[in-house]
Ligand binder design. Structure first.
Ligand code: ADP
Ligand code: MN
Ligand code: MN
Ligand code: MN
Length: 434
């Protein structure tokens, strides 16, 4: 992603960095020529056509005047950029960020400085030794600030360089750098479901306050004011993600009204998770602007309402090649033997969602099936027909950590080997011949 970002950034620069820095004293003439440069008819590549996604208000024009400043194109005047450093907070699901100026655009995250924050304010360090260090790991174009500004996905370390307990990326990066895993080029397609809530009442968008909408049925992939709630948020997010360089592959309205899904992938290894975390951050920011609350609760409303998951589609090189179906069956066998470990890492509150109803399998039993949405693992018809393809792990909850889920799938199916006895027993139980 980083290398894709740079060429387009450079060609969007109005004036090169050297021309600015070599001219420290701004004369009226140079100032005017800069201004007229900025006023020139816009080419397609100009950033000055960029508009920040901001709520409009006729509050005496106050917001629209702010909007003009938010949309200022700074690239003709400075090489400096704003980098929003993003990290995962103490609950393991909250996202925090703060901004800093970086002297010039970068091509690789390693060119970005490490930074620190007060871990005692995020539940990640004691007050008397509160410093946590941010290591930049991936960056994306910033759809909010536009221009050459960036969003930076970081992970967290103690000052002595140890990953802190909530840093799940560290272990995932280790798994994804194992030779066996690299050779299998693992692909992930992640279906992130989420629920939009009305602020203050914390009740789903489009639902009557203190009441319920009509039963599920008409809402999935629907259009219409009585069936689709929050489409502008879903659409704004879709475009913002594409702008950022996130590998978002689609979006759809969900079964429960006020609930949406988007997909990220297929992406290779750790990149899939960096993209999912950045897409979640962008969604938090867009819902913030819209005055709507984002919920990743796996079962936001008790009763006959669908929960929210994060189905993880997964394949290895051998699954995608001839004979891949046999490799998929062997992977399912391994997954069945480590069901408990996976479930315990697949998101908090998932037991409220995995009931066996509403297109889920019961949390206590492992099952698989072709085209069956009531199973833990689903294999698509197309994969069965072609004899190769991918599997879908339907167990992860909407609030799962993709670093944990994707790396665990790789570990269980590529690195881990069960004993022959347990393998034979599981094969019999699942009616799987491998
Ligand atoms: P569903 O039918 O379960 O709603 P979606 O279309 O929402 O499925 O999501 C499927 C995801 O799987 C997409 O993100 C897609 O990019 C991804 N995908 C497709 N092929 C593969 C593959 N071979 N390996 C991993 N992921 C894949
Ligand atoms: Mn889907
Ligand atoms: Mn879905
Ligand atoms: Mn799915």
């Amino acid at each position: 992603m980083a290398h894709m970002l740079v060429p387009s950034m450079q060609c969007r620069m109005g004036i090169t960095s050297n021309s600015i820095q070599a001219r420290p004293i701004m004369t009226a003439k140079t100032w005017n020529s800069l201004l007229s440069n900025a006023r020139r008819p816009k080419t397609k590549k100009s950033t000055s056509t960029f508009k920040v996604l901001a709520l409009k208000s006729d509050n005496n024009g106050a917001v629209s005047r702010l909007e003009n400043l938010l949309n200022l194109d700074i690239t003709p005047f400075t090489d400096k950029i704003i980098a929003e450093y993003i990290w995962i907070g103490g609950t393991g699901i909250d996202i925090r960020s703060k901004a800093r100026t970086v002297p010039r655009p970068v091509e690789h995250p390693s060119e970005l400085p490490k930074w620190n924050y007060d871990g005692s304010s995020t539940g990640q360090a004691p007050g008397e030794d509160s410093e946590v260090i941010l290591y930049p790991q991936a960056f994306f174009r910033d759809p909010f600030r536009g221009g050459n500004n960036i969003l930076v996905i970081c992970d967290c370390y103690t000052p002595s360089g140890e990953p802190i307990p909530t840093n799940k990326r560290y272990r995932a990066a280790q798994i994804f750098s194992e030779k066996k895993v690299i050779n299998e080029t693992p692909w992930y397609g992640i279906e992130q479901e989420y629920t939009l809530l009305q602020p203050n009442v914390k009740w789903p968008l489009g639902w009557p306050v203190g009441g319920y909408p009509g039963p599920q049925g008409p809402y999935y992939c629907a259009a219409g004011a009585d069936k689709s709630f929050g489409r502008d948020i879903s659409d704004a997010h879709y475009k913002a993600c594409l702008y950022a360089g996130i590998n978002i592959s689609g979006t759809n309205g969900e079964v429960m009204p006020g609930q949406w899904e988007y997909q990220v992938g297929p992406s290779v290894g750790i990149e899939a998770s960096d993209h999912v975390w950045c897409s979640r951050y962008i969604l938090e920011r867009i819902t913030e602007q819209a005055g709507v609350v984002l919920s990743l609760n796996p079962k936001p409303i008790e009763g006959d309402w669908n929960g929210a998951g994060c189905h993880t589609n997964f394949s290895t090189k051998s699954m995608r090649e001839e004979g891949g179906y046999e490799v998929i069956k062997k992977a399912i066998l391994n997954l069945s033997l480590r069901h408990k470990e996976h479930i315990s890492a697949y998101g908090e509150g998932n037991e409220r969602r995995l009931t066996g109803k509403h297109e889920t399998a019961n949390i206590n039993t492992f099952s698989w099936g072709v085209a069956n949405r009531g199973c833990s693992i689903r294999v698509g018809r197309e994969t069965e027909r072609r004899g190769k393809g991918y599997l879908e792990d339907r167990r992860p909850a909407s609030n799962m950590d993709p670093y944990v889920v994707t790396s665990m799938l790789a570990e269980t199916t590529i690195l881990w080997e069960p004993t022959l006895e347990s393998e034979a027993l599981a094969a019999k139980k699942l009616q799987l011949q491998v």
